[in-house]
Design a protein around this ligand. Structure first.
Ligand SMILES: Nc1ncnc2c1ncn2[C@@H]1O[C@H](COP(=O)(O)OP(=O)(O)OP(=O)(O)O)[C@@H](O)[C@H]1O
Length: 307
């Protein structure tokens, strides 16, 4: 069982709509769920993992409803974002407890295998409250893997990891994807998703914004209009020279923080970044400042939603 289908799903908490009419299908391989903080990623993952019921719509695994369906739970492993664990247990005890909860025939062997998979055997006898964040993450991962699920869901798994731990986890997830499992992880960092996911789903403000491979998503993000604030030795002359070129649409001369400035909207990002210094040079204009004025992640994502 490997395909999770989210069909017209919404989930609200009181009057907060966390997920708004989302439809997507997650199949074998590694998928990245990308979106800014508060976008609804955890809510979606929790619905896929059977922790939460959708308010409307359906979340299914190979056609079977996931919510309150033990049969489906046997095939799903979930690594939640939250940090609280049973800190008084050792890593080995924590993973074993989960193996027993699943009713596995040989919980001890399953726990040892899962701890070996995440390379935590060396610290399995220590209490969890002595672990670093990366070690806790790996023990959570072992506990999610103990019943060898075909679907693995991870909520912001790279948070707080050092670069080496990050690479290790990436290798492990890649391997699982290559073995034909369905691996879905959430992140708010495009580069992280790019390195790992063969497929990306973007969610913004509870809504499904885009879907595709990272080249497509990257292109959607860089092809949007970019806004810049420019200060130069002669803003008026610079504006006149730029108007002649089609890669800028909006040009506005004004005063910003008490000094004159030029606001520019560029439609062709690559062309504009090459054009601006060239035009300035050709007209003997000095550039004092070029700063993007809408580079926040939220604005990039909002653009995708509006597109
Ligand atoms: N149990 C809850 N009760 C009330 N509101 C909630 C609850 N869970 C989530 N929300 C709200 O739903 C929205 C989506 O939250 P969610 O945690 O799913 O987003 P996220 O993309 O995972 O963000 P983050 O990366 O910050 O965890 C937010 O506005 C959040 O405050």
């Amino acid at each position: 069982m490997t395909t999770v289908t989210i069909d017209n799903v919404s989930r609200w908490f009181g009057n907060v709509v966390a997920v708004n009419d989302v439809t997507m299908t997650i199949g074998p391989g590694v998928t990245g769920l990308l979106g800014p903080n508060g976008a609804g990623k955890s809510t979606l993952i929790n619905m896929m993992g059977g922790f939460l019921a959708p308010s409307t719509g359906s979340v299914t695994l190979d056609g079977q409803t996931i919510w309150r369906n033990e049969q489906a739970y046997r095939h799903i492993g979930i690594v939640p974002e939250r940090e609280s664990m049973y800190d008084f247990l050792t890593g080995a005890e924590f993973v074993l407890a989960n193996a027993e909860l699943h009713g596995l025939p040989d919980p001890g062997a399953a726990a040892r295998k899962a701890l070996a998979t995440v390379e935590m055997e060396y610290a399995q006898g220590r209490r969890i409250d002595t672990y670093s964040k990366g070690m806790r993450q790996r023990v959570k991962m072992a506990s999610a893997l103990v019943h060898e699920p075909s679907v693995l869901l991870l909520d912001e798994p790279f948070n707080g990891m050092d670069p080496r731990q990050r690479l290790q986890l990436m290798d492990l997830l890649r391997q699982m994807g290559a073995d034909g499992r369905t691996v879905l992880f959430s992140s708010h960092i495009l580069e992280e998703v790019e390195q790992l996911a063969h497929h990306i789903e973007v969610i913004v403000a509870g809504r499904h914004a885009a879907s595709g491979d990272f080249r497509k998503i990257r292109r959607l993000m860089t092809d949007r209009p970019h806004r810049y604030l420019v200060r130069s030795s002669d803003d008026r002359a610079l504006a006149a020279a730029l108007i002649a070129d089609g890669s800028t649409t909006g040009l506005e001369l004004g005063v910003e923080a008490g000094r004159s400035a030029l606001r520019i909207q560029a439609v062709d990002f690559a062309r504009f970044t090459e054009l601006l210094p060239r035009v300035a040079r050709e007209h003997g204009i000095r550039l004092y400042e070029v700063s993007p004025s809408d580079e926040s992640l939220e604005s990039v994502f909002s653009y995708l939603v509006a597109a």
